[in-house]
Design a protein around this ligand. Structure first.
Ligand code: FMN
Length: 183
């Protein structure tokens, strides 16, 4: 469908967003759409955690702890986690020792995050996928109450698009011919 191609060509990450955010119900509809991608054996090896308000401080505190910073000095990390009104933690929930290897399951979870970024962008929201050296640190894992077979793929920071809209693409579009080859 041409609409998807146009949406991809128009997609841009927005590092700065306003305090507006999709509601829980709006988000549910977008997660439903993003979750329709190819999934070997239909394992659905992913989930998304919706962090709003003070819940974002759990992320900030987890990052501070991973860095070895005491809670009373965690303000800098809390502020980072508050850069958007809605932070979506992307979790790969893998089934170990399944005939579908773990890397394929993580590929599905990653695909969902990309698809969710795209549909959010297409609906007019600002989105920015962030990670960092502590994404898979124990303290961050615990802060998100993840299970033994779960791991984070980072966070989608979501909010309203600033009045100036999306930034123009600095390096232009990719050169497709450089990425498409034959044997
Ligand atoms: C898995 C993943 C993790 C990322 N982590 C960061 C990050 O921690 N910090 C950052 O500045 N950009 C990060 N990025 C890149 C931005 O989300 C964004 O894609 C980049 O700034 C390019 O902008 P564009 O998406 O508009 O082309 C990450 C992207 C992905 C896919």
């Amino acid at each position: 469908m041409a609409g998807v191609r146009q949406a991809m060509l128009a997609r841009r990450s927005s590092s700065r967003v306003t305090d507006a955010a999709p509601t829980h119900d709006e988000l549910l509809a977008l997660v439903e759409a993003a979750g329709q991608l190819a999934d070997h054996s239909g394992l659905r090896p992913w989930r998304i955690l919706e962090l709003r308000g003070d819940d974002r401080d759990r992320l900030g505190d987890g990052l501070a702890k991973a860095e070895g910073v005491k809670p009373k000095h965690a303000e800098k990390y809390r502020a980072k986690a508050r850069r958007a009104p809605l932070v979506l933690a992307v979790v790969a929930s893998v089934r170990p020792k399944h005939k579908v290897p773990e890397w394929e399951q993580e590929a599905v979870a990653s695909g969902v995050a990309h698809a969710l970024s795209l549909v959010l962008d297409d609906e007019g929201w600002g989105v920015f996928w962030r990670t960092g050296e502590h994404t898979r640190a124990k303290a961050v894992h615990k802060a998100h109450k993840l299970g033994k077979n779960e791991r984070l793929l980072g966070w989608l920071y979501v909010g309203g698009l600033p009045a100036r809209g999306k930034r123009p693409r600095a390096k232009g579009r990719i050169k497709a011919a450089e990425h498409l080859g034959t044997l």
